[in-house]
Ligand binder design. Structure first.
Ligand SMILES: NCCCNCCCCCS
Ligand SMILES: [Zn+2]
Length: 664
């Protein structure tokens, strides 16, 4: 299934008609450069183009009041003076004779997107719209927003499709207070937002944007607010929140649909956010959400005011929606202290609502809620001259995102004779006889009993890895007689011949290679149900799960909170995913793991399985081909001893691996 792109240039036909410094950044060029970049990068053509429609009154009244709608309906006929007058009753927003029409198109575009995703016409998509929506409230416009596109979409799918649970991820740099107010007592809609806050000193300066506001009554726990109390947050800060707050809760919640308030003012260069996360981070944020809800993800444009980073971030998002491998998450370090403080506060505030956070630490000693009052007092701190600051931010530079091309072959498979090659995959075998020298070396190093078949298989694997290195093949699956031997052989070849870093993820109680773990060329993470005899060290990490990998909840929480942070910080050029017999892992969990790991190494992942594991071939290939993994369903609490084991491991390893930190 494809990716929808919903855009209409009519939404560029309104703009600020008077002087208002607070609104001058919200310009029609935001859509022009975003759509233009999608066309220029050949992305628009790869999407399913779906026409916008005008929202109806009924659509709008799902969230807004009749009196507000009636008032907005009058604006097309207002004079300039009347428009200014009408605007004064709201904050940081402006009206225009054509903005009501455009607001109906923005909402209509959003609903067209959710209709096409919910009916399976497409898997996911992006609605490129303005005016944005997440600040508008039941009876008020705010923050450039007229109708709350995403909040209405959530009510709409609940009503029209009987959707039980909707996750809204608001990665815009502002708090979508309008969305929060719509669902604060509604447990069926989980609203997650991070936002520049600076202890309530940043717009919209609301007390209810802080981490300790978690929802009301039945909705307690279904509002997650992550305040950024400093600017210049980076990729590591954003990923830490995904690994240690959003993803664990999202998997436990198990939404039927994911809506993204896709604001890109959280990217570097934006005058509003003043953050330092680079546009390619949205490739990963999107990818990390794409295995939820069976892949049903609707992204709706909110903010984004630096035309260059906005256009790049939009392209990164659409590349991922299309299934293109993400660029490697280069040189991540740990979250900064302020981010760590917010992380710890949010996890602490939500531990009584989410079993995945039950073991979260208490509030930090330096409880930041007290800072809110103190900072409010000393307002006189130096105010960098606005104009100077805007110049500095506009002058920010960052590397051009790398071109994201999908290799000619997406997935190659090495299978025993007589096993059919799954469709859409390419059967891989040696084009000519294996090089006798290579065979000789293999025999010396890896093959004890001189079984010629092994030599051919290993030679094929080496050739396959070489083609992945050249980006001719993206990913691979191989069924082999002896997975341990194959694992050691591939790891050795990749780290020596190709001087790479290899992340080896072993699932099951098989043997684990020790080579390369001391010089950091190989990072081995081994999930098994048995206490391991291996000596744990920085690059050899045994993860003992009592229930093994058969308990979906315990396993997936270990993947999200331990394996992904390790993998992203290690940033391998190849991922080796090995399933040894007896892992007990079920297909859907295996597919989630395979899907999530493809965010690493530009999607270069090689899966090794025992040759008699025939049932696993199709699910594994489906995931390697970029199909969304099936939803795991709502996850019960993970076995306490497994949670404990992962928690202890994280505490021990966080000195070496900063992305594992969850407390300051
Ligand atoms: N310095 C200008 C202040 C603008 N404040 C409102 C921002 C609304 C963003 C919507 S994503
Ligand atoms: Zn914003």
């Amino acid at each position: 299934m494809g990716t929808a792109l919903i855009y209409d240039e009519e939404m560029t036909r309104y703009k600020l008609l008077w002087v208002d410094p607070a609104c001058k950044i919200e310009v029609p060029e935001r859509l022009v450069v975003s759509y233009g970049a999608l066309v220029e990068n050949g992305l628009a053509d790869r999407c399913v183009s779906i026409p916008v429609r005008e929202a109806t009154d009924a659509d709008i009244l799902l969230v807004h009041s009749e009196e507000y709608l009636e008032a907005v309906k009058k604006t097309p006929y207002m004079t300039l003076e009347e428009l200014k007058e009408f605007t004064l009753q709201y904050g940081d927003v402006y009206f225009h004779p054509n903005i009501y029409h455009c607001a109906k198109l923005a909402l209509g575009a959003t609903l067209q997107l959710v209709d096409n995703v919910m009916t399976g016409k497409v898997r996911n998509g992006l609605a490129l719209v303005r005016p944005p929506g997440h600040h508008s409230m039941r009876s008020a416009a705010s923050g450039f927003c007229i109708f709350n596109n995403v909040a209405i979409a959530a009510q709409y799918v609940k009503q029209k499709y009987g959707v039980k649970r909707v996750l809204i991820v608001d990665w815009d740099i502002h708090h979508g207070q309008g969305v929060q107010y719509s669902f604060e007592d509604d447990p069926s809609v989980l609203y997650f937002s991070w936002h520049r806050y600076e202890h309530q000193k940043f717009w919209p300066n609301l007390r209810e944007s802080d981490f300790d506001v978690v929802g009301k009554e039945k909705g307690a726990g279904s509002t997650i607010n992550v305040p950024w109390n400093k600017v210049k947050m980076q990729n590591s800060d954003y990923l830490s929140i995904f690994f240690h707050v959003l993803l664990p809760v999202a998997y436990e919640f198990s939404p039927d649909l994911v809506l993204v308030c896709a604001g890109f003012d959280s990217a570097i260069g934006d005058p509003e956010g003043e953050m330092c996360a680079t546009p390619d981070i949205f490739a990963h944020l999107t990818h990390l959400l794409m295995n939820l809800a069976g892949g049903k993800l609707c992204a709706v444009l909110e903010g984004g005011y630096n035309l260059k980073s906005l256009a790049q971030s939009v392209c990164q998002t659409v590349h991922s929606l299309l299934g293109d491998p993400a660029p490697r998450p280069a040189n991540l370090e740990g979250p900064c202290n302020s981010a760590l403080e917010s992380l710890q506060c949010v996890r602490s505030a939500h531990r009584k609502y989410w079993s995945c956070l039950k073991h979260a630490a208490d509030l930090p000693t330096s409880d930041i809620s007290t800072k809110r009052i103190k900072l409010a007092e000393d307002e006189e701190e130096e105010k960098l001259d606005e104009v100077e600051k805007e110049k500095l931010i506009a002058a920010m530079v960052w590397p051009q995102p790398v071109k994201r091309v999908t290799p000619p072959t997406r997935t190659a498979v090495v299978l025993p004779d007589g096993v059919a090659c799954p469709d859409r995959c390419k059967h891989f075998s040696l084009s000519e006889d294996p090089d006798p020298l290579v065979v000789q070396k293999l025999r010396e190093n890896f093959i004890k009993d001189a079984d010629d078949k092994d030599a051919v298989t290993l030679s094929s694997l080496i050739a396959l890895v070489d083609k992945m290195e050249k980006n001719e093949i993206c990913s691979g699956l191989a069924l082999v007689r002896d997975v341990s031997m194959a694992m050691r052989c591939v790891a050795q070849h990749a780290t020596t011949a190709l001087s790479n870093r290899v992340l080896v993820v072993c699932v099951g109680d098989g043997i684990v290679p020790h080579r390369g773990t001391d010089d950091g060329k190989t990072l081995v993470v081994h999930f098994s149900s048995k206490e391991s005899e291996e000596q744990e060290c920085k690059y050899l990490i045994p993860v003992c799960l009592k229930k093994g990998c058969s308990d979906a909840s315990g396993f997936i929480q270990a993947v999200l909170g331990l394996l992904l942070p390790l993998g992203y910080e290690y940033d391998p050029s190849l991922v080796l995913l090995v399933q040894t017999p007896g892992s007990g892992i079920c297909d859907s969990v295996w597919q989630q793991l395979t899907g999530l790991l493809q965010g690493l190494a530009q999607g270069h992942i090689l899966v090794l399985m025992q040759e008699d594991e025939r049932t696993c071939i199709d699910p594994t290939c489906s995931s390697l081909l970029g199909d969304a993994a099936p939803s795991l369903g709502q996850l019960h609490a993970a076995p306490p001893e497994d949670v404990e084991a992962v928690e202890n491991l994280r505490q021990r390893l966080k000195a070496d691996w900063k992305l594992l930190q969850t407390t300051e």
